[in-house]
Design a protein around this ligand. Structure first.
Ligand code: SPV
Ligand code: MG
Length: 670
């Protein structure tokens, strides 16, 4: 594509302003002239070849442009009869250079970047028009049909017309038709009319459509009054602020393009989502907030980088009141729609506007995301995430997973509420469910080698942090090996319980014989584990069975403080009461002395309490310890019975998920 700028004319209506140079050299703001601005916009649009028709004060113009150092290939074409002809003849003079797609503009036209972007992005040949402006008495108007196609352009058309500006993007097929007509006009002596007279003779067979730029700046400067109006609009445009939020940790060409477009609209403020905000709606960010912030700060043309603490833009829109918010158009539907609606309504409250660009879909971007997810599943990255996320959010939820498929369900299940996604933060590899899945009792019968295999099945297909139920941890001499193996597997935390002898599941309470380990014996085990661990991030959590074994709160508290002293990174307080009172009492008394050690709860029985309440009382991790297993067993029994009853499977089909859907849960390449 080439740009064609018409600069042959005298510009007499500008008075003294054009006495010494062509009109296009008129200064707009801060040393910028009409022509320097146009050439910069052309270059920014990626066009390198420019044809400028000249006449009046040609050498002054050429010297001036040479001094601008535009890096454009500029071809000057002189219209020798510029005093007596119109620009139709200038185009005719340049005809041999114009066999291409053409961006065509008058030399006195000033437009904002959004205008040239809209014109160039249009699929068809287009002319800039404005349906928002009053019809000008003396300037161009375009007659358009209901499909937006332009039939006539001129000063004297009023019916079905809109205000039109001499800025066209012309595809070669259309332009050649118009150019041929211009050539015919000039060669039959018709040199003093507008080039549009030739276009009008084609009566729509040259297919040019209206590109409606509404209230955006796109004006010719004919008089000093025009200049004053346009200059003041430009100052306003230059001081505009544009807001664009990013939660990404990989910057690809789609993001760079969006930034490039956004910064052309004004001073670009980038809102970088905090780690907490990112992990609330997407995966955990691989690159930390500080590093992501630095990444954006180092992109040229970014005016300011600020923190965005939630997925909602509200806080920052109210703080910075940007004139424009830029976003990909992907949020018009789906879970982000409520966020978009909120942005639209906040912008409307102070007169800002939303600019959306087509969302860049690209297989390469999906591959990058898949690769990042794979990185997240690597043990070294995964292991530290629980500690980090606890630091970021302070409160996490974990759901049990006992094989690869339940791991995928914990990994991928997400719900949306008011534009906010909610998902589980971590996975609990329960001894109860791991044993149950194998049809075995929960008595440390399933050995560690088998338990590790379950972990591997899960880690192979997921990325979320894993909390491992280590039962009693076994003998201290064995536990140290378990710790190191778990670290190698990428597990984030092991929870061991202060029981000894033949362990039985806690939910049996005192119905079965269970023996609690001594404080000193269990403290030694914790110390041995902490000493054995190779990485800083791995966590050992001490689980206290005092309430299960009805030993009372004082015993529970004494143990909790002793185990923290022995090096436990967290405390799990277990209870099988239907009421949360003893857990609440524990939280209150523990937190009055220790405000930092994370507390883990497993509210299987006292299940009426919400996560919000646990959080407000000082808990940090809530584990849903056996729910996927409990959901699947009755469904399987019901199906088995149904088939037995009906002697065939048709009746139970509607209770079942088609395998086509199940397969969709499973990534093509894990
Ligand atoms: C498990 O899920 O294996 C547990 C929690 O240890 S509980 O079953 O409540 O004891
Ligand atoms: Mg267990």
């Amino acid at each position: 594509m080439k740009a064609l700028i018409l600069n042959s004319g005298l510009g007499t209506r500008m008075g003294v302003l054009t006495s010494e140079h062509p009109k296009c050299m008129t200064e707009l703001t801060h040393g910028e002239t009409i022509i320097s601005r146009q050439l910069k916009q052309i270059k920014d649009a990626g066009i390198t070849d420019v044809i400028i028709t000249t006449g009046y004060n040609e050498s002054i113009l050429r010297n001036y442009i040479a001094g601008l150092d535009t890096e454009l290939n500029i071809k000057y074409v002189n219209n020798p009869d510029y005093r007596t002809t119109n620009y139709i003849y200038s185009i005719y003079s340049a005809r041999e250079y114009l066999h291409d797609d053409i961006l065509f503009m008058h030399g006195d036209l000033v437009f904002e970047n959004e205008v040239i972007d809209a014109v160039l992005e249009a699929e068809n040949s287009v002319m800039a028009v404005s349906s928002a402006r009053e019809l000008p008495e003396k300037d161009f108007k375009a007659v358009i049909d209901s499909a937006g196609k332009i039939h006539k352009v001129g000063v004297n058309f009023f019916d079905d017309a809109v205000s039109a500006q001499p800025l066209y993007k012309l595809r070669r097929v259309d332009w050649e038709k118009w150019l041929n007509e211009i050539i015919k006009y000039c060669e039959t002596g018709n040199k003093t009319c507008y080039a549009e007279n030739a276009l009008n003779d084609l009566d729509g067979s040259c297919e040019i459509y209206a590109c409606d730029v509404r209230n955006l700046l796109c004006s010719e400067i004919d008089t000093p009054e025009d200049l004053a109006v346009v200059s003041s609009r430009l100052r306003e445009i230059e001081s505009r602020t544009v807001y664009l939020a990013f939660g990404t940790d990989i910057l690809h060409s789609g993001h760079i393009n969006l930034i490039r477009k956004a910064r052309r609209l004004g001073r670009l403020i980038i809102g970088v989502l905090t780690d907490e905000a990112v992990s609330s709606y997407r995966r955990y960010p691989l690159v930390s907030y500080e590093d992501r912030r630095a990444m954006f700060e180092n992109i040229s043309g970014v005016y300011k980088v600020v923190e965005q603490r939630t997925i909602s833009h509200r806080e920052n829109l109210e703080l910075y009141k940007p004139d424009i918010v830029v976003h990909g158009d992907d949020w018009r539907t789906g879970f982000q729609k409520p966020n978009r609606d909120e942005v639209v309504s906040i912008l409307a409250s102070y007169g800002g506007r939303l600019v959306e660009y087509p969302y860049a879909k690209n297989d390469r971007y999906s591959e990058l995301e898949a690769r990042t997810r794979k990185d997240l599943s690597m043990p070294d990255i995964r292991r530290g995430r629980l500690r980090k996320e606890l630091g970021i959010k302070g409160f996490l939820t974990a759901m049990e997973a006992h094989d690869g498929l339940t791991g995928l369900i914990v990994e991928d299940t997400v719900i949306y509420h008011d534009g906010m996604p909610k998902q589980f933060d971590a996975m609990w590899v329960s001894s109860l469910c791991d044993s149950t899945a194998k049809g075995k009792p929960d008595i440390e019968l399933v050995d560690m080698t088998s338990r590790f295999r379950t972990i591997e099945d899960i880690t192979e297909v997921t990325t979320k942090p894993i909390i491992f139920d280590g039962d009693t941890g076994g003998r201290p001499e064995h536990f140290v090996y378990t710790v190191r193996t778990l670290e190698r597997l990428g597990v984030s935390m092991v929870i061991i319980e202060d029981k000894t002898g033949l362990k039985k599941n806690s939910l049996f309470g005192t119905e079965v014989k269970q023996t609690q380990e001594s404080i000193s014996g269990f403290s030694d085990k914790i110390r041995a584990g902490k000493k054995a661990q190779k990485t800083k991030e791995f966590m050992i959590c001490a689980r206290i069975e005092s309430l299960i074994l009805e030993r009372g709160l004082d015993d529970a508290l004494e143990r909790a403080f002793a185990f923290v002293d022995a090096g436990a990174d967290a405390i799990m307080m277990h209870s099988r009461s239907k009421k949360p009172d003893e857990i609440f009492a524990f939280l209150e008394r523990f937190r009055s002395k220790d405000t930092v050690t994370p507390i883990v709860l497993v509210p299987t029985t006292y299940n009426s309490v919400t996560e919000e309440e646990f959080k407000s009382r000082g808990a940090n991790i809530i584990i849903y310890a056996n729910h996927l297993m409990r959901a699947s067993v009755p469904a399987m029994q019901k199906t088995a019975k149904n088939i037995l009853e009906h002697h065939r499977s048709r009746e139970c089909d509607e209770m079942l998920m088609p395998f086509g859907e199940i397969i969709r849960l499973i990534p093509a390449e894990a």
